[in-house]
Design a protein around this ligand. Structure first.
Ligand SMILES: [Fe+2]
Length: 200
């Protein structure tokens, strides 16, 4: 069983009501996860796990106070401490639902872990980090970099690609970074996603 439709759309609606920017970011992450799944020739079940996990990766942010989540200036150390709880909050939220798939839970819980062990919440290293969480970490960061924020304009696709390569093998699994970037340079039928990255 993956996440049933009622649960999935219910949680996504909760996220949209909490913070529309995080919701839109999560939808784009889900779309890019689908693109990656196509590129990797994942089967239907794995594709759904990766896409639903990508969409729900930040669901724990519904438990973060608005004044922290929507703060336009830099967070204080204490606020960061709170923000860094969102993967664990998300996992606890989904744990209440017995049907939530293990792979989806792992994406939610471990999408801020880093290849070199310097991530959170558990400081997992290398292949200790579940592979779908490693994929989500790359896509999450990539979409955040290319997206406009109230306080800054998003990077171009090329600049974001360079940033990913710079942190490849440190923050990210280098093998998966290569695969992710190849998925962009391949001809895809997912025009809306391609349009998202086309900047004038
Ligand atoms: Fe996150």
């Amino acid at each position: 069983m993956i996440v049933d439709n009622m649960l999935f759309y219910g949680k996504m609606r909760l996220l949209a009501e909490k913070d529309i920017q995080t919701y839109q970011h999560s939808l784009r992450v889900g779309a890019l996860c689908r693109r990656m799944a196509l590129h990797l020739h994942l089967d239907k079940k794995q594709t759904l796990q990766l896409v639903q996990g990508g969409c729900l990766h930040d669901i724990g942010k519904v438990g973060i106070p608005d004044e922290i989540l929507n703060k336009s200036s830099a967070l204080t150390a204490k606020e960061w401490e709170f923000m860094r709880l969102h993967p664990s909050i998300g996992m606890q939220m989904m744990q209440e639902h017995v049907h939530t798939n293990k792979e989806i839970m792992e994406i939610i819980h471990f999408h801020h872990e880093r290849w070199n062990g310097e991530g959170y919440p558990n400081g997992l290293k290398g292949e200790e980090i579940p592979i779908f969480a490693r994929i989500c970490a790359i896509i999450d960061t990539f979409d955040s970099m290319v997206s406009d924020r109230p306080y800054r304009k998003g990077l171009s696709f090329e600049a974001a690609e360079q940033e990913l390569l710079l942190h490849s093998g440190k923050q990210f699994d280098s093998y998966l970074v290569d695969l992710f970037l190849k998925s962009f340079h391949s001809i895809g039928e997912e025009k809306p996603v391609a349009d998202h990255f086309r900047r004038s």
